[in-house]
Write a protein that binds this ligand. Structure first.
Ligand code: FO1
Length: 338
């Protein structure tokens, strides 16, 4: 298959854990295929900030941090979020003071990141510059761009029996474990948000745009809901290829099924492909990659007008994520040739 390497500029739309692991695979594949060319300005991650939350006066950006730690070598690998070798003394002390909330795993090492970010934001630096400053330490090897410098927070409307009320996404995700059905998701601040610096330019200059196997509703959906961002993606000359976050009818991790249920989309590789839509029919996708477990779904995806491949898509470690990235970029290359 035609190599998608030399000079290829790749934009990856990403959320947290799945997005970060996939990004690491993309970086590793491009490094292996073209060792002489740094990946820093060839791979651009456009990262969801809708999960961001302010707790105890600190601004916390879970998906930006997960990408930064995963590609920078600081991630708690099995957990998929937070730092390796973490301790929770601050969290324990806050609990001793009966501080709420107590459902957020605030780590001590992680808290330093939130302190730097909060101090810089309070000094007037935009989130994109804060992220660049934090990445100077972690050297992720890709450009990490917030989807927007304006604050956009995902809140979840639930009804626990006493009428509808909204909770922050993190409370729904961590305290409620997404077990209370979401009536709808609200991107608070989205209307006044613009794509972050570099985002529209990266999409306009991309050879390939990859939609990572992240939560299609609250991660990818939130990124695409930033006014102007989806249009920039659709207008891009790049081939757009997505990777299904659903394997065998279930999310690989996390609770994307609870999110898909809330928006009335079937939790399947075909359902998510249909949610994103075929580029030729007003959607996003030029191609869709599903796991081999869903090989029997390829025909149904192609019936949507989306070329589809079934490849090993479970990212168990860096080599499997790198192989997935290779397969996805190979499909993008074929589509570009076609
Ligand atoms: N996920 C959890 O399942 N439990 C936690 O206690 C938790 C804490 C946490 C702290 C910092 C951070 O950057 C991420 C954290 N996450 C935690 C992940 C986060 O809650 C969500 O999984 C992401 O926002 C989803 O993409």
């Amino acid at each position: 298959m035609p190599a998608m390497t030399a000079g290829t500029s790749v934009v990856v739309i990403a959320g947290g854990t799945g997005g970060a692991r996939f990004l690491r695979g993309v970086r590793e594949h491009l490094r292996a295929a073209d060792p002489g060319t740094p990946t820093d300005d060839r791979v651009t991650a456009v990262v969801n900030t809708g999960d961001d939350i302010t707790l105890f006066g600190l601004r916390i950006c879970p998906d930006l941090d997960t990408v930064m730690y995963t590609l920078g070598g600081g991630i708690h690998e099995d957990q998929g979020w937070g730092r390796a070798d973490e301790t929770f003394h601050v969290k324990e002390e806050l609990a001793a003071y009966k501080m709420r909330p107590d459902w957020f795993g605030l780590g001590d090492r992680d808290t330093a990141t939130h302190l730097v970010r909060t101090q810089m934001l309070d000094a007037g630096y935009p989130l994109s510059e804060v992220t660049a400053a934090l990445c100077a330490r972690w050297a992720p090897g890709v450009r990490v761009l917030p989807m927007s410098d304006e604050r956009v927070e995902t809140h979840v409307v639930v009804d626990e029996g006493d009428g509808e009320h909204a909770v922050h996404f993190q409370e729904w995700w961590l305290r409620m474990r997404a077990q209370v059905p979401a009536r709808r998701f609200v991107s608070v601040g989205a209307d006044g948000a613009r794509p972050g610096p570099g985002v529209v330019e990266a999409l306009a200059e991309a050879d390939v745009v990859l939609i990572a196997p992240s939560n299609p509703v609250v991660s990818v959906g939130t990124v695409l809901a930033v006014p102007g961002l989806r249009d920039a993606l659709v207008a891009s000359p790049a081939r757009v290829v997505g990777v299904s976050p659903i394997v065998g009818g279930a999310p690989v991790r996390g609770m994307a099924d609870a999110c898909l249920d809330a928006v009335g989309v079937e939790t399947s590789a075909v359902g998510v492909a249909g949610l994103y839509g075929a580029r030729g029919h007003g959607g996003l996708l030029d191609g869709w990659v599903v796991d081999t477990a869903d090989a029997d779904s390829v025909a149904a995806v192609e019936a949507l007008g989306i070329p589809c491949r079934a490849v090993p898509a479970m990212m168990r470690d860096v080599p499997t994520a790198t192989a997935l990235a290779r397969d996805v970029l190979a499909l993008a290359g074929e589509l570009r040739e076609a």
